[in-house]
Design a protein around this ligand. Structure first.
Ligand SMILES: [Zn+2]
Length: 113
């Protein structure tokens, strides 16, 4: 499962970080997930909750910041929200779109004790 490998990656980064800071446990991990990233937030949370058992992140909460997709039309230059990488421009129907945001998948903060 795609989300499981991402959850394991997040866990690895979070636990490495906690070890480095001599932390006893991880309280919270905050990540940003773009709507165009192809990652399902609920599935990712589920995988994180399974993978965190017996790690420093055992009691950690995974918080997801939802980043909406934004694109700019290459023809008419208008900017708009998009739900898929293949949305046409709502203004002129052109399919040439520059993705401005929504593909990100990154860790924003790790809270440890
Ligand atoms: Zn356009």
């Amino acid at each position: 499962m795609h989300e499981m490998s991402i959850a394991l990656n997040i866990l690895k980064i979070a636990t490495d970080n906690a070890v480095q800071e001599n932390a006893k446990c991880i309280n919270q991990v905050e990540i940003a997930v773009g709507r165009l990233s192809g990652v399902l937030g609920d599935a990712l949370k589920f995988c994180f909750d399974v993978a965190k058992i017996d790690t420093l992140a055992m009691n950690a909460k995974l918080d997801i910041i939802d980043i909406v997709g934004k694109g700019q039309c290459l023809s008419c230059k208008s900017e708009f929200d998009i739900d898929s990488l293949f949305s046409p421009c709502p203004n002129c129907d052109d399919i040439g779109i520059n993705i401005l945001q929504g593909k990100e998948l990154s860790i924003k903060s790790i809270n440890v004790d």
